[in-house]
Design a binder for this molecule. Sequence first.
Ligand SMILES: Cc1ncc(C[n+]2csc(CCOP(=O)(O)OP(=O)(O)O)c2C)c(N)n1
Ligand SMILES: [Mg+2]
Length: 318
Amino acid sequence: MQVTTERLKEAFQRMLEIRLFEEALGELFAKNLLGGTSHFCIGQEVCAVGTVFAVEDTDWLVSNHRGHGHLLARGLDPARVMGELLGRRNGYCGGRGGSQHMCAMEHHFLGTNGITGGGIPIGTGAALALKHQRRSEIVVVFFGDGASNQGTFHESLNMASLWKLPVLYVCENNGYGMSNPASASMAAQTVAARAGAYAIPGQTCDGMDIEAVMGAAAEAAAHVRAGKGPALLELLTYRFCGHSRNDPRVYRTREEEARWQQRDGIGLTESKLLDRGVSPADLASLREAAEARIDAAVKTAMAAPCGDRQHALGGVYA
Ligand SMILES: Cc1ncc(C[n+]2csc(CCOP(=O)(O)OP(=O)(O)O)c2C)c(N)n1
Ligand SMILES: [Mg+2]
């Protein structure tokens, strides 16, 4: 698939915004301005942006615990995503959900999810609903390599294939489930190979190459949209940070991290843009625009009011 230079520039800026957003979030944690933990997707931005840019804005997204990139790739307002993380009323769920329980139906975003593999049946069920309603949208479900060891993955793929549901399964294979290397937990060589057991086409793709991801995702989405049933895309990537905050990363070497960082998808996209004749000044202005957007988002979120007790109980139905 030929990605236009304009589209590549948009993708570059969006990926930068995701990285800057999470770096800003890290600073807020360091200043003790929010509690709990968070799972950063720094290093994996290509997966979110490449996939989401390859499908329609009306297609439905289902995310996992590492979802900030998916939310921002879809075009949600970073001030409202940050507000949600900070428990502010301007957040997409009024500050009640936080990082792992954030949804935005108006953006066709069916939620982040803290349960490993929990989003896979949710997305499969949404696809069943779309099929019943004879609608043209598809569902994209993001999950990790670790989640592909869960029963939810296998049961969902089996059913989705049997019923030819309009769902694209996107596995961000970052090589680890917490501290557990994929090689120690997966009997199959690749997650894509597992799709074959359910008669679903599976493809493995370089998750650091934005053009490769956009191309593969567009092809897989076209298969799904044509009514041929589900498809699975495995994106090989790496999380540059620990699994969550306070992870000393004793289960992997600094050399391994450095090797992957040399193939940082944002840097590779910058090189592609330079090769296409985009000037360093143009790239600098994209970077400045991203910085300004995230700075403003953090300020807006910090200034937004928190919910009170009555607000916290809103939306409780049982
Ligand atoms: C059902 C369930 N089991 C275990 C956990 C603890 N847990 C949180 S994230 C995670 C690893 C997920 O690995 P992967 O799917 O590869 O995603 P990644 O964190 O690498 O993005 C685990 C085991 C959980 N949240 N839910
Ligand atoms: Mg993983």
